[in-house]
Design a protein around this ligand. Structure first.
Ligand code: ZN
Length: 570
């Protein structure tokens, strides 16, 4: 409540008359319609606010973008010419975690109406997505966040297709992701903030922060983020009496060690990192009351905005340098694992844990005792390391039959040209020689992982209209992540190339035996290989095994089976 009074005291008329629903009832999050109505009024009353329809969501209603700019500019070229940083605030990707939706409404209003914030707009323009998962926000309920402390009702995590949109940034199965990618590429934000609520353990902090992983970010951005920006954000939150902690994962109890989160490219933050943008995921703590989480989210938005305002020039220079470095880089790191050799000690304000017995359950379970706060030093594993490094080719050539891949590349800002005639391209390709697949459907796919490749030099047919992609372009990190099969979020792993993994023709044993006999008589190489095969087999191989071996090692076998059909030109 103190927060409300503070807000009103410094407000101009605009702010006084425009109260958000969360200010009338502190345990209430705005409905989609109320949220859009609120921004419409801001747009009507202020030249600095423009709400645009960005494109469709998966329920027909549009995704909106609220542009806040000092001069009321609503096109990215004009804003970039004015040398302002663009900060993108994404809300409601998980509409059950709604405090960002409401905090952003207050932040937008206060930015344009409170004198103390006006100078922020000198160097920063904002793009606020009021609600990203529109379909999920319409599925309002009181139960889907079983552990969360309010609000009284909220949206649902999945979209209308029951997809988690925060796993959809690479495969882009939803209309929402398509709209997002088109707008993200148009605006090219410098800072990307995604607002969430945590799950997991209990501790004293209201807010945790998940920045893009240092080792995955281009150096100029990673160094700046970790050496300058993050220390200042933590310090500023301290000064606001709202101490914040890094977003961490536990295997057991916090005291046993905590780990940073591997923000893969499928997540919004991982996607933003591929485009030289500073990614920040802000996670308010689910067990704090809704209005406390909202206030904490508001404070952090303010603190980040102040920082970007003061450092806008440096952030723009870092981004430019990062793009240059990425374009020159010849290597791409992938297949990341926790680096357990690098540990630092982190102060952690938690609660003592105990055991409690439940009568009706007739069982006991551990709990966090809020009457007994603790302040402990715990091992914190902040780093991940790549287990694979890929040589980046100068060009990729992609058959046009992979039209979904090509549409995705286009939507994500990749520049391309086209083959002018049919040809064979003799080049380096990958043969997929190992991969694993998840056992259950995962976000509309049967995702592959631990993919292994061997390089092979072959001739492969291409046709007029097939796509040439140079790697000397701004989207190079994205290109490598999606086109290199071994990268965790490659299009191969997301099943876009599964057709290459199945044999299409077979043979009948009785009919092939005569051909096999002739082959063994006439092809001395094959005869030698066959003898070795028989000698090395455990026991006597069956006639079927023998014919299969001969088939696979003869001209009858399918030459492009398991060959990843994207040419890599060096
Ligand atoms: Zn979330």
């Amino acid at each position: 409540m103190l927060f409300l009074l503070l807000n009103l005291s410094g407000c101009t008329l605009l702010g006084q008359y425009l109260l958000a629903p969360s200010e009338k009832n502190v345990n209430y999050t705005a409905k989609y319609s109320e949220c859009i109505e609120f921004y419409k009024e801001l747009d009507d009353k202020s030249k600095q606010v423009n709400m645009l329809e960005a494109g469709p969501s998966d329920v027909g209603l549009p995704i909106q973008l609220v542009i806040i700019d000092k001069n009321g500019f609503k096109n990215p070229e004009k804003i970039r010419k004015s040398n302002r940083c663009i900060v993108w605030i994404n809300n409601g990707i998980h509409p059950g975690e709604p405090e960002g939706i409401d905090a952003s409404m207050l932040w937008a209003r206060d930015l344009i109406s409170k004198k103390e914030f006006q100078s922020i707009l000198d160097n920063v323009s904002f793009i606020i997505v009021p609600v990203y998962n529109v379909g999920g926000s319409l599925r309002r309920n009181q139960y889907s966040r079983a552990n969360q402390n309010g609000p009284e009702e909220y949206g649902f995590r999945g979209n209308r297709n029951n997809l988690d949109l925060n796993r959809d940034f690479i495969k882009q199965d939803s209309r929402n992701s398509e709209t997002f990618a088109i707008q993200f590429q148009k605006w090219k934000p410098d800072v990307f903030i995604d607002t969430h609520t945590t799950d997991g353990a209990d501790y004293q902090y209201n807010m945790s922060l998940l920045p893009g992983m240092r080792s995955k970010l281009p150096k100029s951005i990673g160094n700046y983020l970790y050496d300058i920006m993050l220390p200042e954000l933590y310090q500023s939150m301290n000064e606001e009496q709202d101490e914040m902690v890094p977003y961490v994962e536990f295997d057991g109890r916090p005291e046993d060690g905590m780990y940073a989160f591997n923000d893969k490219a499928r997540f919004g933050s991982g996607y933003a990192a591929l485009f030289h943008c500073i990614p920040l995921v802000i996670e308010a703590h689910m067990l704090k009351p809704f209005n406390i989480r909202l206030q904490s989210t508001y404070r952090l938005l303010k603190v980040i905005s102040n920082h970007v305002n003061k450092n806008s020039k440096q952030i723009l220079v870092n981004k430019k340098n990062a793009i240059t470095a990425s374009r020159m880089s010849k290597k791409y790191d992938c297949q990341w694992i926790r680096d357990l050799s690098r540990v630092k000690m982190l102060e952690f304000k938690g609660y003592e844990s105990g055991n409690t017995f439940y009568q009706e359950l007739h069982d006991s379970i551990h709990f966090y005792n809020r009457d007994k706060p603790t302040n402990i030093i715990v091992p914190y594993y902040e780093h991940y390391k790549p287990t694979n490094q890929i040589r980046i080719p100068t060009k990729y050539i992609i058959p046009q039959c992979y039209h979904q891949v090509i549409s995705n590349l286009k939507r994500n800002g990749v520049e391309m040209s086209y083959l002018k005639q049919d040809t064979f391209i003799e080049s380096q390709y990958y043969k997929i020689n190992s991969y694993k697949t998840v056992n259950h459907a995962y976000e509309n796919h049967y995702l592959h992982y631990s993919t292994g490749c061997e390089e092979t030099f072959i001739r492969y047919p291409f046709y007029k209209g097939d796509v040439i992609v140079s790697t000397d372009q701004e989207s190079i990190l994205y290109l490598a992540e999606v086109l290199e099969p071994q990268a965790e979020d490659s299009f191969f792993n997301w099943n876009f190339f599964d057709g290459i993994l199945m044999r299409k023709e077979y043979f009948s044993d009785f009919a092939f035996a005569e051909k096999a006999e002739i082959l063994l008589r006439t092809d001395t190489q094959l005869r030698k290989k066959f003898k070795e095969f028989v000698a090395s087999s455990k026991g006597k191989p069956s006639i079927g095994d023998k014919l299969d071996f001969i088939y696979k090692n003869s001209g009858y076998s399918e030459p492009y089976l398991n060959v990843y059909p994207v040419a890599r030109i060096f």
